[in-house]
Design a protein around this ligand. Sequence first.
Ligand SMILES: Nc1nc2c(ncn2[C@@H]2O[C@H](COP(=O)(O)OP(=O)(O)OP(=O)(O)O)[C@@H](O)[C@H]2O)c(=O)[nH]1
Ligand SMILES: [Mg+2]
Length: 460
Amino acid sequence: MLMTTDTIAAISTPLGEGGIGIIRLSGPDAVKIVSRIFKPKKNINLKTQKSHTLHLGHILKDKTLLDEVLVSVMKSPHSYTKEDVVEINCHSGVLVLKSILELALRHGARAAQPGEFTKRAFLNGRIDLSQAESVMDLIESVSSKGLKLAAQQLSGRLSIKIKNLRIELLDLLARIEALLNFPEDGVGSISRSTILSSVKKMQKKIDSLIDTADQGEIFRHGVRTVIVGKPNVGKSSLLNTLMEEERAIVTEIPGTTRDTVEEAIHMQGLSFMLIDTAGLQPVNNIVEKIGIARSKKKLMEADLVLFMLDASTKIDSNDKKLFGLVKGKNSIILLNKIDISSKTKISDIRKLVPKGVILKISAKKEIGIDELKNTMLDITLSKFKHHQSSVCVNMRHKESLLNAHKSLEHIICTVTKTKLTEEFVSLDLKNALDSLGRITGETVSNEVLDRIFSKFCIGK
Ligand SMILES: Nc1nc2c(ncn2[C@@H]2O[C@H](COP(=O)(O)OP(=O)(O)OP(=O)(O)O)[C@@H](O)[C@H]2O)c(=O)[nH]1
Ligand SMILES: [Mg+2]
């Protein structure tokens, strides 16, 4: 266990008015510090209280009452950080929370860094790094699917998979090392074909984890859905209809939307971040130019594009340019305003794009909207090869898995193409082990740890 000498403190609930707020302390002096500022209702000594007990009393600042609170005591190692943890449940006013925290700091605690409680839980071996990251995912999750995923990861599902893979790698490494160290005894002799088949088997497992990364991103952060089209085709009207709220300004004047407007909708546990953009067309005005540059940037980052055309007018050169821009993107073509007329037909669009989904809708009269929603869901979910995998890696894990895959590929090359050199195989196995260890945190550098935990909020 990590030997921490200092005790950290932070406000662990959002600042603002609410039912209760919590100040959390963790470290060897947590109980001592709180006992200096807390006067229990019953005549007890906080320092001698058992773990997991709750105590009613007052927080006193220079003998004056600050708040009536409930103090919970969780003794090492049975706490979130495995250290002594004390939580002060007080009334959730900004001033109350800040005053109590200040008091704790004055009596010997140090202000916690972002994510420092979870970092201590990791360093003290209570959770591994992938579990620590899932704590952040839980907090940030925008969809119920993302929430479920994060909870599963927190329970250690990914950790188990990585651990098992590392055991397989270690087994193979042990046999190769035996061959290196005792060649004459024939100890652990192992054929090329055995090495090949077990390396390929491991690669397959790694690949199937890599494949879950996109799904993980979508479940955790939602589907970035960008509505594009030339001015006045009805993009903002569609945003409003999907939101069931007059969120974006709609007028008959082309160029109404100048900047992007973003709002989330939720469907079947998935979150779609709808992004309404400024109509794309050649402009001279500086404000419009910036708006259009932003639209293009959003288009590049999109997971899903809703490309809108106006059915009441003929396809023109501006529309045609946009076909080029959205080419290769995951998109749905929308023929809007079908309630007015059909000057542009699906067959006209087919001449320009032979494949892909085209839907006829009216954003204003709400025609075809349910079909659009279903198509958005279908397209998103069909992308996942491993339909709704229960373990999804994040981008950091993906990078480590790709590195492990590469090391195993080296082994395949060594074994098949050149004379078998056990030293090389052993080195590559160690590299693969290191890469996988970075996911769970066994072999991660301090710099990477700092980067991960600095993304947490203070108090977590
Ligand atoms: N009849 C009809 N009119 C629509 C429909 N959708 C939008 N409109 C009208 O078309 C005009 C432009 O709509 P917007 O939603 O502002 O279009 P936009 O694409 O956001 O326009 P910019 O922001 O200028 O790029 C408004 O007068 C809308 O009422 C539709 O389905 N049917
Ligand atoms: Mg608009």
